[in-house]
Design a binder for this molecule. Structure first.
Ligand SMILES: [Zn+2]
Length: 451
């Protein structure tokens, strides 16, 4: 038995696979606005771009919710091994790094940068510059860069360098601290990090000279929201969101223009359904501000909509979403019968029976998940280019894969419609105690404390 009625499926497939529009609009965002930290001029231009796209796509119930932000922007940075045999490293500051740092210190290798790695070098870390990977051995939980920074601070280090897992000079940025960090934290090129490690392994004690300036100012960011009413005003909503802000080093194409284009394409197709073909519950769409700088936009929405949060049946988050092949249902016991049958119906688009129930953090689903709202997101295969250039200068438009974007939007729109049309929602909200238990079971307590 198919979940989606033919006329709904026909509209979604015809529009999203047959005449997609958001991919071209994403190209304009990437090339004409580019990197867009929330609260900056580029951030405002991106918000205008999002509003204009929603209007052009036929959405009528559009509104915005703004929030005050501390806006961090990078200034000059120099990281070098001084003197004979020295060289200038490729490095980028992690956001919310200190506004001024002038430091010269020895490098200490802390391997994978897990808590145990820092502890094993505790005697050498005071005042030193700690160097670590951004990855851990397969199967282990990878600490967020904010956790690595917290460990470096706890051991009295003067600065932290995280070496990129991608070769080719691809130093990565990202937020490292909820407010201005007490010490500098930088992403460095893999080649530079490996050279430092070889020198250390060979018995030399390389010293690094770091000079860094950054700026902080006050700004405002806006969550852009739109709603298509359902057939039953008492049935609540399902929400699909993606963060519109990005890092400044490139164009925010895969992270997360891709997710934004998917959500906009879903909204465009679903807005074309005649009123009698709309689902029971309403459909909400959100372009979040300030995800990269600490999930600030989605967190503000959850706080500001606390009273109606129970009426959110489910939230779908699209962040670097690749070619879809299954569902991510963090903290749930398993897929519902409806989702299983829907995945069967969407098999021609690549959907299969894969389901991942493991909770994770660090995107806009997080504040909803912690408030007990069911999360239904897509598992997707991101192209190797998309993953490689994460948070680096290579995150540009040509890395976005059009067929994968269209399939994700088609599967996303079908899933959103199906979740909204259920008489009894597939998933119940979790109580605060159940959320606590989920966080503990998944070992996420430490990660939550760091940001
Ligand atoms: Zn992202």
């Amino acid at each position: 038995m198919s979940i989606l009625p033919d006329h709904v499926l026909n509209t979604i497939l015809g529009e999203v696979l047959g005449r997609p529009q958001s991919y071209l609009d994403l190209g304009r965002l990437c090339d004409q606005v580019g990197g867009r930290i929330a609260g900056t001029d580029a951030g405002r231009q991106a918000e205008e771009w999002g509003l204009a796209a929603l209007r052009r796509y036929g959405l009528t119930g559009i509104w915005e919710e703004s929030l005050d932000l501390d806006v961090w922007e990078r200034g000059d940075l120099s990281l070098a091994v001084p003197g004979a045999g020295g060289w200038q490293l490729i490095a980028v500051a992690h956001a919310n790094g200190p506004l001024a740092v002038d430091l010269e210190a020895a490098v200490v290798d802390v391997g994978h940068g897990r808590a145990t790695d820092f502890a094993s070098r505790a005697a050498d870390l005071t005042g030193a510059i700690a160097l670590c990977d951004e990855t851990v051995p397969p199967g282990e939980r990878n600490p967020h860069r904010s956790e690595r920074l917290a460990a470096a601070v706890a051991h009295g280090a003067g600065a932290l360098l995280i070496l990129s897992s991608a070769s080719g000079g691809l130093a990565r940025t990202g937020v490292c601290h909820p407010r201005l960090a007490p010490i500098a934290s930088l992403g460095i090129a893999r080649e530079d990090g490996l050279r430092l490690r070889r020198l250390l392994a060979g018995g030399s004690t390389p010293r690094l000279k770091l000079n860094m300036r950054n700026r902080q100012s006050k700004g405002r960011g806006r969550n852009i929201l739109a709603e298509i009413p359902g057939r039953d005003p008492d049935a609540g909503w399902v929400l699909a969101g993606a963060h519109l802000d990005s890092w400044d080093l490139a164009q925010g194409a895969t992270d997360n223009g891709l997710g934004v284009a998917i959500v906009l394409e879903m909204a465009r197709a679903l807005a074309l359904l005649p009123p009698e073909s709309r689902p029971r519950a309403g459909l909400r769409f959100a372009l979040w501000t300030a995800e990269e700088t600490g999930l600030l936009g989605s967190t503000a929405y959850v706080a500001g909509h606390e009273a109606e949060l129970p009426r959110h049946r489910a939230v779908m988050n699209f962040d670097m979403t690749g070619d879809p092949y299954g569902y991510w249902l963090p903290g749930q016991d398993g897929p519902s019968g409806m989702l299983t049958r829907l995945a069967e119906q969407l098999a021609p688009l690549g959907m299969g029976a894969s389901v991942d129930l493991k909770p994770g953090l660090h995107s806009d689903h997080q504040p909803f998940m912690l408030a007990g709202v069911p999360i239904v997101s897509l598992l997707g295969r991101l192209s190797s280019d998309g993953a490689r250039y994460y948070h680096s200068l290579g995150d540009t438009f040509e890395k976005v894969d059009l067929p994968a974007l269209c399939r994700a939007a088609a599967v996303g729109a079908a899933t959103l419609w199906a979740l909204a049309d259920e008489i009894e929602p597939s998933f119940a909200h979790l109580s605060a105690a159940a959320v606590d238990a989920m966080v503990d079971r998944a070992g996420l307590r430490e990660a939550l404390a760091a940001l």
